[in-house]
Design a protein around this ligand. Structure first.
Ligand SMILES: Nc1ncnc2c1ncn2[C@@H]1O[C@H](COP(=O)(O)OP(=O)(O)OP(=O)(O)O)[C@@H](O)[C@H]1O
Ligand SMILES: [Mg+2]
Length: 307
């Protein structure tokens, strides 16, 4: 196999597509091997089959490309299809290329249905992609199996979801504590009361999510992310259910996480007025990036025009 550096752009694209084809093929063959192995009664033959299956996987491993130095996220020509049936599919992401530096506040803008959540889920390894490559930190997500992806998320990533994703059977305090438990290395104990206080939730701390307003639930979800102190924080429409005052407060809190911990923030929204508080603005339309620039005139949250 040629050295990666020698591959020209077209060849690289071909390799990108090939990796996915090979992966699918290997998946099929692994399944067949699994069946053969389970049916084989001769232990010697069983061993041989296992060895073959293992080699098959090694053979399918094409060279990994390293992430460009100085970046935490790099996507190249990412394509995503949703298949309704074999011949009926929707092309959701159409060749996404983007690069994000550590500590950036990234705002991803786009109308409803443009592919924002899909993109975010792909970067965080929650959804598979069909073509292209996704590298986050030093991982090539293409090569991580589900267990490794889960570990990768546990170690580095937190979410503030569009739907709050709170655990209904736990109180506000307990939901925030979960963030601490998700922390990879607990260096210092967090003060849940301090977080509750900063989010104006102290009085609600013993309540369950169904006893909270939408805004309060959203703040619990921010609190949980704060408690985790991740490398990258994804926030999907963090102000979706909030009025101006509460919405600005939520954004302020999320931006504070970036200020204090230098966390890379990826904030998804359909409200273009938020672009003004970000460092790096990416606009997406019908599954394509139509604008990608660095914002030279950052404004404070107070100055966001809400409507
Ligand atoms: N699991 C799925 N199966 C099929 N189609 C899907 C699936 N998830 C999303 N889609 C489709 O993909 C497109 C993009 O959806 P996505 O959720 O990424 O949009 P969005 O930009 O986040 O929109 P919103 O602002 O409304 O949250 C939509 O047309 C949606 O219907
Ligand atoms: Mg969405």
């Amino acid at each position: 196999m040629e050295n990666n550096d020698q591959l020209n752009k077209n060849q690289k694209e071909d390799v990108g597509k090939l990796r996915h084809l090979i992966k699918d093929q290997i998946k099929k063959e692994k399944k067949e091997y699994k069946k053969l192995i389970s049916e084989e009664i001769d232990s010697k033959k069983k061993k041989e089959l296992k060895k073959e299956a293992k080699n098959l996987f090694k053979f399918g491993k094409l060279p990994e490309e390293k992430i460009d130095p100085g970046y935490v996220i790099e996507l190249k020509d990412v394509q995503k299809y949703y298949f309704m049936s074999k011949n009926n599919y929707e092309h959701i992401l159409k060749g996404i290329n983007l690069k994000i530096r550590p500590g950036e506040v990234v705002i991803i803008l786009g109308m409803s249905g443009s592919g924002k959540t899909t993109l975010l889920n792909i970067i965080s390894g929650l959804t598979n992609f069909n073509e292209g490559s996704v590298r986050v930190l030093d991982r090539d997500l293409f090569y991580l199996n589900e267990n490794k992806k889960t570990k990768f998320r546990a170690d580095h990533i937190a979410f503030v979801f569009q739907s709050y994703n709170l655990i209904q059977s736990l109180t506000v305090s307990e939901n925030i504590k979960i963030g601490e438990n998700l922390r990879p290395k607990i260096k210092e104990k967090i003060d849940v009361n301090e977080i509750l206080n900063s989010l104006d939730l102290l009085e609600q701390k013993h309540k369950y999510p169904f006893q909270l307003s939408g805004g309060q639930q959203q703040r619990v979800s921010i609190g949980r992310a704060l408690a985790k102190n991740p490398t990258i924080l994804f926030a999907d429409e963090p102000t979706g259910a909030l009025d101006e005052e509460k919405g600005k407060e939520a954004i302020r809190m999320i931006l504070n996480i970036n200020k204090i911990f230098k966390t890379t923030l990826i904030i998804v929204t359909h409200n273009p007025n938020f672009a003004t508080v970000g460092d790096h603005i990416i606009r997406i339309k019908n599954g394509e990036i139509i604008e990608d620039y660095y914002n030279q005139n950052k404004v404070s949250v107070n100055d966001i025009k809400w409507t």
